[in-house]
Write a protein that binds this ligand. Structure first.
Ligand SMILES: *[C@@H]1O[C@H](CO)[C@@H](O)[C@H](O)[C@H]1NC(C)=O
Ligand SMILES: *[C@@H]1O[C@H](CO)[C@@H](O)[C@H](O)[C@H]1NC(C)=O
Length: 302
């Protein structure tokens, strides 16, 4: 009787300890999410819904939605006020310490989370990122902040004032996330010299060969542009294009830009290798249907 009980306990113990987490059995590639401005890791209407949909569509997948800070309120606040380079360091730290991500992962960033995850792949090659999906990310920055999402109107007005009074002053650069990817085409030189974040990851001051090598290690860089985007100026920044230097009317595509022609970031090489994917969604900023997501994005999550 006693022996039997011991054996069955032992059997139970062996079963528990050898059972692998579900996602390992099917060898799905885990996914890391980074939310946009004013949002948080776990809002049930945004990142929470995306996480849930992915988990339903890809059974057993492990999804980490990055929380920058100690709680949801801090996370949302940090998306406005925490130095972006420090946020990237924090994200790299969480990713490198997560046992579920060690064999590699796909990453999906929403709005500014898109360019932040690009900094992660350029600076933190281990564990390896496979596909980077940028959903409305602004890879050449923004020059204009027409409005902010949700309830952040007061913050938005204040941010606009800061940007207009001196986006490239040390005080504003140090404390305002949106200033760190503010790209003034009328003052390219100021931008190149003083932008703490974007000018660095876009190799404006010097070419860091490590950034180039790490970015090119991606399997795919997928960029989604929203055709009716009323929040991002210019919208072509979502495809790595921008205003032609010296004015703020005419835009140029990535392929027309000096960054591409000089191949300072390896994007030309990636393009020729078929690693750049340009997608569109026919809506305003971050507006897409479940159907669109399933048809266009899910194929890159396997
Ligand atoms: C593994 O994949 C199969 C086939 O896609 C699916 O039916 C099954 O539910 C998955 N297992 C787990 C644990 O997710
Ligand atoms: C290039 O980037 C890597 C990764 O972030 C960093 O460790 C290194 O210091 C950078 N090199 C230069 C010259 O800035």
């Amino acid at each position: 009787m006693f022996v039997n009980a011991v054996w069955s306990l032992l059997g139970w113990w062996v079963l528990v300890c050898t059972a692998k987490p579900a996602w390992k059995e099917n060898a799905t590639v885990p996914l890391v999410l980074w939310h946009g401005m004013g949002d948080s890791c776990c809002n049930p209407l945004s990142m929470g819904a995306i996480k849930k949909m992915v988990e339903v569509e890809i059974p057993g997948i492990y999804v980490l939605s990055l929380e920058i800070g100690n709680n949801i309120a801090e996370d949302a606040e940090n998306s406005f006020f925490m130095n972006t380079n420090d946020q990237v360091t924090m994200a790299c730290d969480k990713i490198s310490k997560d046992p579920n991500l060690q064999a590699g992962y796909n990453a999906m960033g929403f709005s500014q989370g898109g360019q932040f995850l690009r900094a992660v792949v350029q600076r933190c090659p281990s564990p390896p990122m496979k596909n980077l999906i940028s959903v409305g990310g602004q890879h050449q920055g923004v020059y204009g902040l027409p409005h902010c999402p949700g309830h952040s109107v007061a913050i938005c007005n204040w941010i606009r004032k800061m940007l207009n009074t001196g986006a490239y002053t040390k005080l504003v650069q140090d404390h305002l996330v949106q200033a760190q990817y503010w790209h003034d085409p009328l003052n390219e030189e100021l931008y190149q010299q003083h932008s703490l974040f974007l000018a660095d990851i876009n190799q404006e001051r010097s070419v860091n060969e490590t950034y180039k090598k790490n970015l090119q290690a991606l399997e795919k860089l997928v960029m989604v542009k929203f055709l009716k985007d009323s929040m991002v100026e210019p919208v072509v920044s979502e495809w790595f294009g921008f205003y032609k230097p010296g004015q703020a009317k005419e835009t140029e595509s990535l392929q027309e830009s000096a960054l591409y022609k000089e191949d300072r970031l390896g994007l030309q090489a990636m393009d020729k290798a078929g690693k750049l994917v340009f997608l569109t969604s026919d809506g305003d900023h971050l507006q897409f249907t479940d159907e669109w997501f399933k048809n266009n994005i899910l194929p890159y999550l396997h």
